[in-house]
Design a protein around this ligand. Sequence first.
Ligand code: SF4
Length: 353
Amino acid sequence: MQILLANPRGFCAGVYMAVDVVDQLLQLLPGEPLYVFHEIVHNRHVVGRFVDRGVSFVERVEDVPEGSIIVFSAHGVSPAVRHAARERGLRAVDASCPLVLKVHAEAIRYARKGFQILLIGHRNHQEVIGTSGEAPDSIQVVESPADIPGLRIHDPDKLVYLTQTTLSLDDAEVCIAALRRAFPSIQSPPASDICYATTNRQQTVRALAPRCDLVIVVGSANSSNSVRLTEIARSAGTPARLVDDSGGMDPSWFDGVARVLLTAGASAPEDLVLGILQRLIDDHGGAIEQHDVYREDIEFGLPASLKGLMRERGVDPDSRRIRRLDSDDSIAAWAAERSVQFSTVDLTVGGTR
Ligand code: SF4
């Protein structure tokens, strides 16, 4: 079987940063209890591995003992959560992705100017809850065009839309077009809120899925961007399956499949991708072709709140940087160790984004 491996796939800069924040805290505070508000990223394995190392994940600030350290997850939190943590005397380390915080800042800015904000996204997603909390009286969530008739609009000339960072580009476009039809003078954000990692992974699947008989997406069911990748593959006409790991694959999926595309959502670790590759090679043999569509070299620094804690504990934050766990070379080395045929195909359509 021919295995096409999507590149980029898996961890984005925000996930590398958030995962590394928890990892560095565990090293900095050995034996001390560590709490994370909500799943640090939406991946069952990432969360399970931290639980095994003693991290507690909570959904309510009230569940954290006073004076403890609490990490805010990559999805961001509302000011109400920050306030509740302060009131409880918790020490907060903020691992919110800077690209999520950019949307928070836009929401605050437009609300201060008296705009009503239509936030396109999934109402119950942690990111949308956090962003909405920045200006709850000014923000209404729009999940689909069906929500438009129920909106309460005071002045159609003081209206702006923002979006969740991990939406499907296609679905967002449908929603934005419907909003423009309903409110022709609605303003758009200065730049798309859908982040570079979401965009690149979706465009890569859109380009490669039509050449394949099946698409496997590595990711958890509550990972918005992973689920979107399966939807994009299906809308390109190719069946798609979302799996947490190699144990989730059913041999019957591969009946009659000559070419499979393997990709991973932004919160899925590369070792899970390798586990699936191993299973595919064991069961079906064949060669791996990595298709490089976008180059990514975005990297975020350590959050200021973590740097402050490091200084207090006598660690120079300048001696630390976000550890990238994977590299382009690792997959080639992995294949070479197993004598698996591996090659790359340069389809780069976008430079560094
Ligand atoms: S998917 Fe985008 S917004 Fe979300 S953590 Fe990654 S880079 Fe940040």
